[in-house]
Design a protein around this ligand. Structure first.
Ligand SMILES: [Mg+2]
Length: 262
């Protein structure tokens, strides 16, 4: 647990998106003033989302529609974390990807061949275009020994009117069938922490991760010198915070309140 002084050391805020800077398609009124405050205090920010149903281009467009123009380097996504790791660990191998066309496109752009015959490994994403045939093939390859990786561990994704099953739930189905638990990327994996440190060029104590979800955003900083900041503008209720084994270093109602503390 770090105190408010930790904020003074922070040079880059890693901002979650849904529930943190907007809710669904609606930008919070305090988000742009917060970003201006971050810049005015000589600090920096980037966005990081676990949502592997979209890619960087889609998020840059969404931000632009909301009046937030950022360079592509500031828009980070779980897809980038796993792709960087796969290039090192499975160079030249093909992939069977259970994912949306946007995730498949990210693999193609990274030079990884998509393979429905004999892939080197299987990747599970937040596939809103999931079919039974995709599940059947993924489980078949895994049973035959292909390693399996999950882009992000989230159980559900918040949408207007509730939640929809996310990558973690798809991975749970695959585990039930094959007995194999995939290795996850995205938040809160160490892969993502290392990726963020490399991308920002900051030391851990100079980073703060800001988000509305305890088991991804806040858990990313657990056991590290990174400062974790929970905002109550998304999915976490006071009761969930009280019961959670994962505790944030700092809690603010929203980014507007955080801006006042800078
Ligand atoms: Mg969120």
């Amino acid at each position: 647990m770090k105190n408010q002084d930790a904020l003074a050391r922070v040079k880059t805020f890693v901002l979650d998106m849904d529930g943190t800077i907007y809710l669904g398609g609606r930008l919070f009124s305090w988000t742009r003033p917060f970003l201006e405050r971050v810049r005015a205090t000589g600090r920096d920010f980037c966005f990081f989302t676990n949502n592997s149903s979209q890619n960087r281009e889609a998020y840059l467009e969404k931000l632009a529609r909301m009046g937030i123009e950022v360079c592509p380097e500031k828009m980070l996504i779980s897809n980038g974390v796993i792709l960087e790791w796969l290039r090192e660990r499975h160079p030249g191998e093909s992939a069977y990807v259970v994912g949306t066309p946007a995730l498949e496109e990210d693999f193609r752009q990274a030079g990884i061949r998509l393979d429905r015959e004999a892939p080197g490994y299987v990747v599970l994403g937040f596939d809103t275009s999931l079919t039974y045939e995709k599940l059947r093939l993924a489980c078949h390859f895994i049973r035959n020994g292909a390693p399996v990786y999950g882009v992000n561990p989230d159980w559900n994704c918040p949408v207007e009117g509730g939640f929809i099953p996310d990558c973690g739930s798809i991975a749970a189905l695959v585990k039930a069938s094959t007995g194999v638990q995939c290795e996850f990327f995205g938040k809160p994996s160490r892969h993502t922490l290392n990726y963020l440190l490399a991308r920002t060029g900051r030391a851990p104590e100079e980073l703060a991760v800001v988000g509305d979800r305890l088991y991804t955003d806040i858990a990313l900083a657990e056991g590290t010198a990174v400062t974790s900041i929970l905002v109550m503008s998304g999915e976490t209720t006071p009761a969930m915070l009280a019961e959670s084994p994962v505790k944030p270093d700092l809690v603010f109602q929203d980014l507007g309140d955080l801006a006042e503390a800078l």
